[in-house]
Design a protein around this ligand. Structure first.
Ligand SMILES: NC(=O)c1ccc[n+]([C@@H]2O[C@H](COP(=O)([O-])OP(=O)(O)OC[C@H]3O[C@@H](n4cnc5c(N)ncnc54)[C@H](OP(=O)(O)O)[C@@H]3O)[C@@H](O)[C@H]2O)c1
Length: 263
């Protein structure tokens, strides 16, 4: 059902060709929000475009782009300016993890991950949130991970990157007070998407037991964003795990994370 806040507005969703990005797009489209969908796989983006245009009658633009390239966020911003498409909602969702012992992971893989999960997310936020502040209205949703709450051996650089996202979003949200713009961070636990396949990890028993659907997680994320909450951890058990990490020393958190990630 169209929503007063979002009807006729435009949301930019990165990583909208699979998993959580598709469901963030669905949540926004069903509230009457037009969309700009970004990822590298054009065919997949076009399928989402066709589905959402037909189901909700919203305008959906597809932009095929590798956001891990240093100039990509600026190119995207320039492109949308040229198209006279102001962005009211930014969902910084594109991201991936790399599973393995840190010193065994090739530098190039880690570099690509940091370029996407940290650098592109920060650059996109600066470009689009500045415009929102000028218009004194807007929402940013940053996708972190439950891994942001603890050091996670076998996902060392990924969980550190997501800690950056969580900290960055919360600090930015404070700076945005009184501007009409907010930055909400969502820290999902394991969610049924292409994530594990891309990271190279076989699903563990713990992950199978904890797994949420991307539709559930996206619904919680968009609701929290619209409520301008500074942070949300979807799922009671994930929330409990996050609370647990805050009262437990980090060496114990690291050991627990390592055991839970082992096959
Ligand atoms: N699933 C989980 O268990 C889980 C848990 C916590 C946090 N997260 C976070 O949730 C977010 C979404 O991941 P997901 O679980 O939905 O995984 P996914 O199904 O693998 O989706 C990742 C999305 O990011 C896009 N992407 C990857 N590299 C890109 C690049 N260089 N440029 C542009 N787009 C790129 C992918 O599209 P293309 O391949 O078409 O480019 C895809 O649309 C990520 O930030 C992830 O870290 C996931």
């Amino acid at each position: 059902m169209a929503d007063k806040t979002l009807a006729g507005k435009t949301a930019l969703v990165t990583g909208a060709s699979s998993g959580l990005g598709v469901d963030f797009a669905r949540e926004l489209a069903q509230r009457g929000c037009n969309l700009v969908l970004v990822a590298r796989r054009e065919e997949k983006l076009k399928q989402v475009q066709a589905e959402l245009q037909a189901a909700h009658g919203v305008k959906v633009m597809v932009v095929t782009l590798d956001l891990g390239e240093p100039q990509a966020p600026q190119l995207l911003h320039d492109h949308l300016k040229a198209q006279q498409t102001p962005v009211d909602v930014l969902v910084n969702n594109a991201g991936f993890g790399v599973f393995g012992m840190e010193l065994e992971i090739p530098w190039d893989k880690t570099r690509q991950m940091l370029m996407l999960d940290i650098v592109a997310l920060t650059h996109l936020t600066k470009l689009f949130a500045r415009d929102m502040v000028q218009r004194r209205s807007g929402f940013v949703l940053q996708v972190a991970s439950i891994g942001a709450y603890q050091p996670s051996p076998t996902y060392a650089a990924y969980s550190a990157a997501k800690s950056y996202v969580r900290s960055f979003s919360q600090a930015l949200n404070y700076e945005l007070r009184g501007t009409g713009v907010s930055s909400t961070v969502i820290s999902p636990g394991v969610t049924a998407t292409e994530f594990l396949e891309v990271s190279g990890q076989r699903t563990t028993a713990y992950q199978r037991a904890m797994m949420m659907t991307s539709a559930e997680v996206a619904a919680i994320g968009i609701r929290a964003m619209l409520q301008r909450r500074y942070s949300v951890v979807p799922g009671f058990l994930n929330w409990l795990a996050a609370v647990f990490t805050m009262i437990t020393p980090d060496p114990i958190n690291a050991a627990a994370a390592y055991r839970l990630m082992k096959n």
